[in-house]
Design a protein around this ligand. Structure first.
Ligand code: HEM
Length: 413
């Protein structure tokens, strides 16, 4: 609360590792990693609100979400006949990447049958790894002027980012595009952002919107599989409240928000398996005092959200998965309850929380509604290993590999 509310303005800086700070264009076109809340940040956050994060923007993306999730279900249906094992992270990576890439550039980044899957995934992982890695000069600023290594690394990141978007942007600039709908590329372009800055912004938004969302889906699925009684309750609730049994049996996205127990499961996943255990590092823009400690200007500030959200003083039976704790509870992730801050809080709070929830709920509802799931080799559900791997993100240690089987009543559909 001291960081995110009392001293909100002072801690509104973002810590920017030198390798990323030195990427040409970053200081003029960064939203997620903008070092301070300057005019460019305000402008980009406003654009993001209008075209990506607001309820209106989310509503207009409903068609894309439905299409991409239907494709995912179709893919699983086709691959669920022979007891094939599916890696849930790989499965949903393509779905979430294509949902956001359609909002950004009106096309799938992972096209069907295209071999760019490995290339794009490799690119995203490389940027994440290189951007967050801390160099000597980050810790000892005295080395800044002689830190040629991170300058070389920055040029490497710049080249990779440009390479991924180059063809797409050229195609768009070529003018063959007849689409009448405006996407985020059009908006940025219309405001005069040059191509290399657009590439940086698209990359930031792509990573911000996929990485944590995918981690959340994997953990939620893992908890549901391990706790079969919770899975059945969720399934029943979705069937009762959100499935419209007509010619095309479809999950009604807007009715999912009325599934209280399912919503509680999503919250409990974000509590127990926080995707960013230290949130996204902030930086003090001025020297200030927090609980009588002096925090010097430019200090890097990590908030241990994992510890807060699993603190036994605040949460009963804190390390167990108990969605019930959120039923009839006012605790939400909107940044006002400081015991539960998976999306951060204050001025730099994640603006995409509603986009994330919409995607997570539709994808998971579809996976549990249309399919039965078992563990490979018929292993007992209770044996599923839920250990995590500590890092800047808190992922499941072992990949979640499951065997889908289309449910009886949808076999012919
Ligand atoms: C479960 C999914 C997600 C989680 C847990 C998450 C979490 C976070 C966190 C902890 C931050 C830093 C907040 C702070 O400094 O206080 C953040 C920033 C951000 N997130 Fe998310 N996020 C998720 C999904 C998304 C999605 C879907 C989008 C876009 C559609 C998005 C866009 C952003 C942006 C643009 C920022 C930077 C905001 C700024 O610095 O002004 N996030 N997110």
């Amino acid at each position: 609360k001291e960081i995110f509310k009392t001293n909100n303005r002072i801690f509104s800086g973002r810590f920017l590792p030198s390798a990323y700070h030195n990427v040409p264009g970053v200081t003029h076109a960064s939203l997620v990693m903008a070092r301070e809340c300057n005019d460019t940040w305000k402008f980009l956050r406003g654009l993001g609100h209008s075209y990506i994060f607001s309820s209106k923007a989310i509503e207009s993306g409903a068609g894309i979400r439905a299409k991409k999730v239907t494709e995912m279900v179709g893919f699983l249906r086709a691959n669920s006949k022979d007891g094939n094992v599916v890696n849930i992270e790989d499965l949903v990576y393509a779905t979430f990447t294509n949902i956001i890439s359609n909002v950004l550039i009106s096309r799938d980044l992972f096209g069907e049958g295209e071999s760019n899957y490995e290339k794009v995934i490799g690119f995203l992982k490389m940027v994440i790894e290189k951007v967050i890695s801390v160099n000597l000069s980050d810790v000892f600023p005295v080395f800044k002027r002689v830190d040629f290594w991170s300058q070389g690394r920055a040029m490497g990141i710049y080249r990779e980012i440009q390479m991924i978007w180059d063809d797409i942007i050229k195609e768009r600039r070529g003018g063959d595009d007849e689409s009448s709908t405006q996407d985020f590329f059009d908006v940025l372009s219309g405001h005069g952002f040059p191509d290399d800055q657009i590439s940086i912004l698209l990359t930031e938004l792509l990573i911000a919107s996929t990485e944590s969302t995918i981690i959340t889906v994997v953990w939620l699925m893992a908890e549901l599989i391990k706790n079969q009684e919770i899975l059945h309750k969720v399934r029943e609730e979705i069937s009762d409240k959100a499935v419209e049994e007509n010619d095309h049996v479809l999950i009604n996205e807007s009715l999912l928000s009325e599934c209280q127990y399912f919503q509680a499961c999503i919250k409990e996943t974000l509590r127990l398996h926080i995707p960013g255990p230290f949130s996204l590092p902030r930086q003090a823009t001025e020297t200030c005092k927090v609980n009588n400690f002096t925090i010097p200007k430019d200090s890097i500030v990590l908030v241990n959200v994992w510890a807060i959200q699993t603190d036994p003083n605040n949460w009963e039976d804190a390390t167990s998965f108990k969605p019930e704790r959120f039923i009839n509870s006012k605790i939400d992730f909107k940044g006002a309850h400081f015991d539960f801050i998976p999306f951060g809080a204050g001025q730099r709070m994640c603006p995409g929380s509603n986009v994330a929830i919409k995607g997570v709920q539709l994808v998971v509802a579809s996976l549990v509604h249309y399919f039965d799931w078992s563990l490979p080799n018929g292993e007992d559900y209770s044996k599923l290993d839920l250990s995590d791997r500590f890092g800047t993100t808190l992922k499941k240690d072992k990949p979640l590999c499951l065997v889908p089987r289309i449910r009886e009543k949808y076999v012919a559909g």
